[in-house]
Design a protein around this ligand. Structure first.
Ligand code: MG
Length: 249
């Protein structure tokens, strides 16, 4: 019964929202605007940056079972006793066996301790959402390159708001919230992908529109697609990764 009364008050309010404020129904009962249903489900947060209870752990430091190379072969990147996975150059990118749409993604990475190369040649890798859209991974600590290609850029599209890089050899975090693009049944993009990136606790992409693919050469393109894997790029540099988890949204 209370529910019905509340609903009526709400619909009254909305139906006369075109009128001036004085003529609106006055709500005096604070409970009239309380919403009790549905109830958000419980999630147990992880300690520190550990995975929360409803996350899919993509890399726990011990197993690469969630990953594969493009040809379906098992991961040839190296695992060490500290729980890090390091690119083995020329073995190729790795991708998740699972595919995803809207996600929250946490990953930790370390650019090479031994600094070599300049610009795009220093500590380059990348994390691709839906296997298509690259958030740049680069050693951008005292290493100038084009701004829309530095660490935490949406590659060749959107530079990060600030440079929050830690020095080479230190562990860093990306926390990404990603909303997949929407295509209609004719394959026309109706809504762009959106991405928020927090780099080492610092906001660097704030609900940024992703304009399309993130190619090295050329402009973004938009071809309809469904869910896709998370890809980590082998760009020939010895980047390491640890503690990767994802939540489907
Ligand atoms: Mg890259």
């Amino acid at each position: 019964m209370m529910k019905l009364i509340r609903l009526t008050i709400f619909s009254l309010l909305f139906s006369i929202s075109g009128l001036n404020a004085q003529s609106r129904v006055q709500i005096t009962d604070p409970t009239a605007t309380e919403v009790w249903s549905p109830v958000p489900r419980k999630v147990t947060p992880g300690e520190g940056t550990a995975a929360p209870s409803d996350a899919i752990v993509l890399f726990d430091g011990k197993s690469t079972d969630e990953w594969t190379h493009a040809d379906g072969s098992s991961v040839k990147w190296t695992l060490d006793s500290q729980g890090a996975m390091t690119v083995t150059p020329k073995t190729g990118d790795i991708k998740t066996k699972r595919t995803f749409g809207d996600v929250q993604l946490h990953l930790e990475f370390r650019t090479p301790v031994v600094v070599k190369g300049e610009g795009q040649g220093r500590g380059n890798s990348g994390v691709f959402l839906q296997g298509i859209y690259e958030v740049q991974l680069l050693d951008s600590y005292n290493n100038r390159t084009y701004s829309n290609g530095q660490a935490a850029a949406i590659y060749k599209q959107s530079m990060p708001l600030v440079n929050a890089c830690r020095p080479p050899g230190e562990w860093q975090t990306y926390d990404i919230v990603y909303k997949a693009p929407k295509f209609n049944k004719d394959g026309i993009k109706m809504e762009s992908a959106r991405i928020t990136v927090i780099h080492n606790g610092v906001l660097v992409q704030n609900n940024t529109e992703i304009l399309g693919t993130t190619p090295y050469i050329g402009l973004p393109e938009n071809k309809a697609h469904g869910n896709g894997p998370i890809i980590l790029q082998d760009h020939g540099d010895l980047l390491s990764f640890r503690n990767i988890w994802i939540r489907e949204l």
